[in-house]
Write a protein that binds this ligand. Structure first.
Ligand code: HEM
Length: 241
């Protein structure tokens, strides 16, 4: 008779869960309102200058949507109001998350890769497991794997801060008091283009994140993000099946 040994662990703290869901809502609105803003001016430029007719590095028109049609689809006024509102929610929530977790040793243990995880052997086997779309089992499912840790660290400490800085570089109210920020990017148009490119990278991250969640078991993963409890299927039980 196959045994189905089950263990429960407490995976996510209350602050991680609250900040995660606030971030999901604010990310959704930032992306949606960002698309509405972009559609109103559907070209991207590099450097300091950009206007309709100026050589662009990306034109929606080349993808079959004319400037007039894009303008009809977008809504810059609605987009700006919501983008600015949720930008504050996003920034304040991110600060609360870092302050709340930053002083806890557990946070670093959970997020930072161990020496063993960084070994070539482990990296190879994690890549292979991900390519085969297999879920982690037993003890290894209890903590984040190396690819998960690298992607979370990259999103939290590279992409998110970059979105905030490139966002500020596009705000006339902010650049009026700090014009150096525009120079740092080499122009407002470059800041805008990089802001859009990083939005696309975040969309790719969210897509992969959702696929991984389904592979690892959507119900179990969602439950742990809602109430903290996470079920570990014992490796022995799997082997005996
Ligand atoms: C992290 C999620 C975010 C996503 C996915 C996102 C996405 C976008 C997109 C697609 C645009 C349209 C670019 C354009 O055509 O001008 C945009 C514009 C903009 N974003 Fe974001 N953004 C995010 C976060 C932020 C944050 C945190 C700030 C503020 C610190 C910010 C400030 C701005 C500003 C100022 C604009 C220009 C709006 C305008 O033209 O009035 N964004 N964003």
């Amino acid at each position: 008779m196959p045994s189905t040994a089950r263990n429960w662990i407490f995976r996510h703290t209350i602050n991680a869960r609250i900040c995660h869901w606030i971030m999901v809502v604010s990310f959704f609105y930032l992306l949606y309102s960002g698309i509405m803003i972009f559609l109103h001016f559907p070209e991207l430029y590099w450097g300091k200058v950009g206007f309709q007719g100026y050589p662009a590095i990306f034109r929606l028109e080349d993808w079959g949507i004319s400037w007039e049609r894009a303008e009809e689809l977008g809504d810059r006024r609605w987009g700006r109001s919501y983008h600015y509102l949720f930008a504050w929610v996003f920034v304040i929530n991110g600060m609360i998350y870092l302050i709340w977790n930053g002083w806890q040793k557990k946070f670093y243990q959970k997020m930072l890769p161990t020496r063993e995880q960084l070994s070539i052997r482990n990296l190879k086997s994690e890549f292979a497991r991900h390519i085969k779309l297999k879920a982690a089992k037993g003890e290894s499912a209890a903590s984040y794997n190396i690819l998960q840790k690298i992607s979370y660290l990259f999103v939290l400490f590279a992409l998110f801060p970059f979105m905030i800085i490139s966002g500020f570089a596009q705000m006339p109210a902010f650049t009026a008091i700090s014009p150096d920020l525009i120079d740092l990017f080499g122009g407002r148009q470059t800041a805008r283009t990089l802001h859009v490119i990083c939005s696309l990278l975040l969309v790719v991250f969210v897509f992969v994140h959702l696929v991984e969640m389904i592979i690892a078991g959507a119900v179990n993963q969602l439950r742990s993000m809602l109430i903290g409890k996470y079920e570990i299927h014992s490796e022995n039980a799997e082997e005996s099946l």
